[in-house]
Design a protein around this ligand. Structure first.
Ligand SMILES: Nc1nc2c(ncn2[C@@H]2O[C@H](COP(=O)(O)OP(=O)(O)OP(=O)(O)O)[C@@H](O)[C@H]2O)c(=O)[nH]1
Ligand SMILES: C[S@@+](CC[C@H](N)C(=O)[O-])C[C@H]1O[C@@H](n2cnc3c(N)ncnc32)[C@H](O)[C@@H]1O
Ligand code: SF4
Ligand code: SF4
Length: 329
């Protein structure tokens, strides 16, 4: 059976972007109140008392936008200080990264995954749902700051949407020629924004690989990570290309992760809400750590039955009460 040792921790459900594929376009989201968020102390307590004793040792901080969390640097320092931590990474949109790259590195963080869906400022602004102010340049400066500070591996996540950014695939792949970056193309998952579901909203990774292969060639490669990406490289390039193909290839049988939401809901599968445990309420009402461990262990035991299995013809049929920004991707 696959070991489950990787926890994705959402620190906040708010975001300074509003990417169309992640949040519904117009609808107001019910953001969590501050007192509903797990505090830094609660997160560390859950890691020490529940998750680490159950074998978790790889952690990813996500959101919403984790750089909006005021105590992010302290949370990073506290998790890197735990002797059991084998890997800590963060997923961010990089808009605030120019300011935070250095403090995060100094706090012990080494791995950053950054969403970057376009190299064209106008296209970028329309994807992130920007109204008025251009955000591309500040985002790009954030990426360069992370590169200069020394984050390695530095991964750029591109959600590919037909007719929106698929014409930029070769330009994005070309970033790997002279930079040791890892550009990853993600098949769009139709959850979060029903308006994008129509027709075929996603492009199979193999089609993207074929385009790149025809232009420059492509060989298999490897890069440090805990996720489902298949890694390739253009011959002679410094960086690599990753493909996350949750729509065209099922990788659930090698699923190694659970997700903790910003308000303390433990979710065993990204695409199935069955079995969630409200850890925050349990933690705040009585500090019976043994009981919490038992409940999480039970969820670990039944996770193979919960893991998403209804991937038919590349559609997702579930009903999801939370958007990707609320789950953490
Ligand atoms: N269906 C599914 N998709 C996932 C899962 N984990 C990650 N993804 C997809 O991959 C995207 C990128 O994930 P990242 O946040 O960069 O994390 P990762 O790929 O696990 O990270 P590494 O450890 O660096 O390999 C997510 O936003 C999802 O679209 C998963 O468990 N199930
Ligand atoms: C929800 S975001 C949170 C972290 C940060 N704000 C960011 O954008 O990296 C985490 C990841 O989820 C991905 N994501 C969001 N909605 C998605 C969807 N519908 N299909 C596939 N990936 C999605 C984003 O591209 C990003 O890589
Ligand atoms: S993908 Fe990330 S940056 Fe974009 S709206 Fe979702 S949480 Fe925000
Ligand atoms: S869909 Fe669920 S079971 Fe499949 S890889 Fe993602 S989290 Fe794991």
């Amino acid at each position: 059976m696959q070991t489950i040792d990787y926890l994705r921790i959402s620190l906040i459900d708010r975001c300074n972007f509003r990417c169309h594929y992640c949040m519904p376009s117009d609808e107001e989201l019910n953001y969590l109140l501050r007192e509903s968020l797990l505090t830094k102390e609660e997160i560390i307590t859950l890691l020490k008392e529940v998750f680490i004793p159950l074998g978790f040792n790889k952690f990813r901080l996500t959101g919403g936008e984790p750089l909006l969390r005021p105590d992010l640097v302290e949370i990073v320092a506290a998790i890197t200080c735990l002797p059991e931590t084998k890997d800590l990474a963060i997923s961010t949109n990089a808009f605030l990264l120019e300011k935070f790259a250095k403090p995060l590195y100094e706090a012990g963080l080494r791995r950053i995954n950054i969403s970057l869906d376009s190299l064209q400022p106008d296209n970028f602004d329309s994807i992130i749902g920007n109204h008025g102010r251009s955000r591309w340049e500040q985002t790009w400066n954030g990426i360069l700051a992370a590169h200069q500070v020394g984050f390695d591996p530095l991964k750029l996540n591109v959600v590919v949407i037909p007719g929106v950014n698929d014409q930029e695939i070769l330009d994005l792949a070309a970033l790997t020629f002279d930079k040791n970056w890892h550009v990853r193309f993600i098949e769009f998952m139709p959850i979060g924004n029903p308006e994008l579901y129509a027709d075929r909203a996603w492009i199979p990774s193999e089609e993207i690989r074929q385009n790149i292969r025809q232009k420059w060639g492509l060989e298999t490669s490897e890069v440090l990570g805990n996720g489902p990406a298949d890694v390739f490289q253009i011959p002679g390039a410094k960086g690599t290309l990753g493909f996350i193909s949750q729509m065209s290839e099922c990788f659930c049988d090698r699923c190694n992760r659970m997700r903790l939401s910003a308000d303390g809901l433990l979710r065993p599968c990204l695409l199935n809400e069955t079995g969630q445990i409200d850890l925050k309420t349990a933690l705040r009402h009585d500090r019976d750590y043994q009981q919490l461990r038992d409940r999480v262990q039970h969820l670990l035991d039944i996770k193979p039955d919960i893991n998403f299995k209804q991937r038919e013809n590349g559609t997702l049929t579930g009903n999801y009460s939370r958007t990707m920004s609320q789950i953490g991707g």
